[in-house]
Design a protein around this ligand. Structure first.
Ligand code: 6GU
Length: 228
């Protein structure tokens, strides 16, 4: 998979070369490229923002650098999926991550300030499939942290990125439930015992206990997940 990220703070993404996703890049499974939006400015101050038409607080990102960035990154053949992180977008879930993990080419455009000139989204739709995606109902200063989260959630679902694919199956959200509680040695720690069933060797009973745990914690912590 190819991923391009455009941001005015490209060094945010240095962390993505660490650990799991770093290995995926070394092995060629993931081709991750981070770009400074200011590469596509031409004035002495490398300006990326301006005042909003109609007035109001804050600044808006100018369309010209974004247009040049998209022209440079969208290939002549094939339509990339172009993602703009936005608190006004659809909410990112594990299902979104699974869907996007099947794409060949993702382009993430990180907005800052009060947003990006609306015409950029219209133009992007001529080059690929445009998605506005939010991490949840709260406000960040820009899209960078949201894109870090999305790239990690998507990247680990690309076949070969996570060493043991079994470990993807039993996680929170993969089956619509929260994960069960995990324990390791010692069997007694500070007077607290591991649930005896986990030491029983009865794999059927253990599986049933874990499933019950998942339903119980989901009911307690995230009843919204059980609503349908
Ligand atoms: Cl994707 N961007 C910003 N700026 N704030 C957010 C967000 C995204 N998701 C939640 N809050």
């Amino acid at each position: 998979m190819r991923i391009d990220v455009v941001s005015i703070f490209p060094s945010y993404f240095d962390g993505l070369t660490l650990s799991l996703l770093g290995k995926a890049q070394d092995s060629g499974i993931l081709d991750l490229n981070v770009h400074d939006l200011r590469e596509w400015t031409h004035d002495r101050h490398r300006t990326v923002d301006d005042t909003p038409y109609g007035g109001g607080a804050g600044m808006v990102m100018k369309p010209e650098p974004w247009g040049e960035a998209l022209d440079a990154l969208a290939p002549d053949t094939g339509r990339p999926t172009i993602i703009f992180p936005s608190p006004a977008g659809e909410v990112f879930t594990q299902a979104t991550a699974r869907e996007l993990a099947t794409r060949e080419h993702l382009i993430f455009g990180c907005g800052r300030y009060e947003g990006i000139d609306e015409r950029v989204f219209e133009y992007a739709a001529e080059l690929g499939e445009v998605r506005l995606i939010s991490l949840g109902d709260y406000v960040l200063n820009g899209g960078e942290v949201a894109v870090m989260a999305m790239v990690e959630a998507i990247g680990r679902l690309i076949p070969g990125v996570v060493g043991n694919p079994e470990s993807l199956v039993e996680e929170s959200h993969e089956d619509g439930l929260l994960e069960y509680a995990s324990y390791t040695k010692p069997s007694v720690w500070r007077d607290r015992e591991v649930p005896p069933i986990l030491l029983s060797g009865n794999h059927g009973a253990i599986a049933a206990w874990r499933r019950e745990q998942q339903v119980e914690r989901t009911r307690a912590r995230r009843p919204d997940l059980l609503d349908d």
